[in-house]
Ligand binder design. Sequence first.
Ligand SMILES: *Cc1c(COP(=O)(O)O)cnc(C)c1O
Length: 468
Amino acid sequence: MSLNDHWMQRDLAVLWHPCTQMKDHEQLPLVPIRSGSGVWLEDFDGKRYLDAVSSWWVNVFGHANPRINQRIKDQVDQLEHVILAGFSHAPVVELSERLVKLTPAGLDRVFYADNGSSCIEVALKMSFHYWLNVGQPAKKRFVTLSNSYHGETVAAMSVGDVALFTDTYKALLLDTLKVPSPDCYYRPEGMSWEAHSRAMFAHMEQCLAEHHQEVAAVIVEPLIQGAGGMRMYHPVYLELLREACDRYGVHLILDEIAVGFGRTGTMFACEQAGIRPDFLCLSKALTGGYLPLAACLTTDQVYQAFYDDYSSLRAFLHSHSYTGNPLACAAALATLDIFEQDKVIEANKRLAARMASATAHLADHPHVAEVRQTGMALAIEMVQDKASKTAYPWQERRGLKVYQHALERGALLRPLGSVVYFLPPYVISEEQIDFLAEVASEGIDIATRESVSVALGNTQYPGFRDPG
Ligand SMILES: *Cc1c(COP(=O)(O)O)cnc(C)c1O
């Protein structure tokens, strides 16, 4: 038995994997990874895979990065963890100072959580609680965009719009207001991204005009709706949204969990609109992809609404056991050092241009509706019919064929439904980008060549995090 098989069998006997129909593994081999280095992952039989999805969008400076490794090693000998209520430590103070400096002016307070979803819970609770504290208890609903994704916990799911979840868990979810997304995939032929995103804002304006008295906050993923298929829109939408939130007295929550730290071409996506949210949610790349950590930044105005005598019962009494973990903060500090020392945002421009040129030919593919890009995220949307943009039925699992082909060729490309995308670590080389483009082209040819016969239901599920 190969070492891969050995670990796969032991794994499948005891584990339950995330976002996985476990029965798939009767056919689909699991890939046990022994080590990682830079953009490469290596399995137990010595086969290497180029990590084109940054291990679920978290890794930015490669696996086993010597600079991040060293910082964590130093920290672990000093202090591994301490309660953050009543106590503090150097890495969390330094990280907070740097995040306040790095993010748009006016975000002056940092509250920590353990992962993206819990960070969204913090922002939602803080916004609701703020309005309660300032005597506006009617403001308790949240406005979200169609096709959005904000995480897996129940409130985070409530503000998301992934059919698979909103159907299955509907009975558990909060009552939110949903507005059509500015997603430019659906813009009319010949219309610019900017004109489409601007036109789509009319729906948001109407919703806020009608409901602002009962709305606590609007929450959006700025510029890229990630799990919804790497759908993209123009920064003008965020400019209009900031202005409207101010006008209607509603908070703006920006979920930069996936897009923060350079993914859209700027350090934070909101910089491209020149706006500052009331709550900024960060996680994923915050620690370079090493350890779970999330930060919710907010304004002094919000902070002051909670600041009072204990007996007023206005405090934000939310907590997670590992809040502000020193090892995670140390990894984040090393990550921010690399951004600064290596001038990463500037250097990424060359890589983004190479991603565009290496995949440009795919726009002419008979089963590709669109190749779209925002900074270091590039997506290729496979369709059954190019002219009408008719999607493949989800049951055909076309993306899975691309995934399997890529594994054979030594790349980890994990499509979202029929959307093949690159979200690579920033330490990828131009030659490695060319390799990915080649593998993706071959995979798309294979996946779109054959007709697939499956029993079709009538439900349309987007391919959230799932190569299905
Ligand atoms: C991944 C993600 C989340 C959830 O983060 P987790 O750490 O997986 O809980 C929330 N919002 C966006 C936009 C994400 O991409």
